[in-house]
Design a protein around this ligand. Structure first.
Ligand SMILES: Cc1cc2nc3c(=O)[nH]c(=O)nc-3n(C[C@H](O)[C@H](O)[C@H](O)COP(=O)(O)O)c2cc1C
Length: 175
């Protein structure tokens, strides 16, 4: 059976993006691993720290999870229009492990926020840049106004639920 790696690109304990990524992973009906970015906390990346202390184990562990997966689901938290520091730091360290960033893995990219744009700024940023990092983006979906549209562990807005379902079906078809 195909294996999915899924996570919220956030370090919040009650991350709504972790909830959305988990929801998507469960809906694939495949085997999945959910990770929490708090388990991959590392010093703030700098070339000097890398030169002095090398690459932390958490970064190589993360890269191994990427390599072991048949597909990856990420839901991005938006902080000031961009990635959360937790995700950016992990990506910076992981990018030092080997040249291929995302190992050409099929990806479903998501975002949500309590606001009406649903983290669309950070999602658009990832959609624009991930292809330069060896990512094979298959589909994407942004869920606006999380607390209105996601209740009892379900997307309860009809057209949004439909869009999500289409994005998920497309992702699954390319695994
Ligand atoms: C420092 C900070 C900056 C934020 N900036 C944005 C933003 O630019 N756009 C947005 O939609 N929400 C923003 N938010 C609200 C987040 O979308 C909200 O905290 C959301 O729950 C984050 O996702 P998470 O629960 O998965 O961590 C910000 C929150 C914090 C703490």
């Amino acid at each position: 059976m195909k294996k999915i790696l899924a996570f919220g690109a956030s370090s919040s304990k009650n991350s709504i993006n972790k909830q959305l990524a988990t929801y998507a992973a469960v809906k694939t009906d495949l085997a999945y691993t959910i990770i929490d970015l708090n388990d991959f906390e590392m010093p703030i990346f700098s070339v000097d720290k890398e030169e002095t202390n090398g690459i932390p184990k958490e970064a190589t562990d993360f890269k191994q999870l990427v390599k072991d997966a048949d597909g990856i689901i990420i839901s991005f938290a938006e902080h000031n229009g961009s990635y959360s520091s937790a995700f950016k730091n992990l990506m910076d360290w992981a990018s030092r492990v080997e040249k291929s960033r995302w190992n050409n893995k099929p990806m479903m990219l998501l975002s949500t926020s309590p606001g009406a744009r649903g983290g669309k700024n950070v999602l658009d940023h990832a959609l624009g840049y991930f292809p330069y990092m060896d990512a094979n983006i298959i589909s994407s979906f942004s869920l606006p106004s999380f607390y209105e549209n996601f209740k009892e562990n379900n997307i309860n807005h009809e057209s949004l639920a439909e869009d999500f379902s289409k994005a998920l079906t497309l992702f699954k078809s390319k695994l």
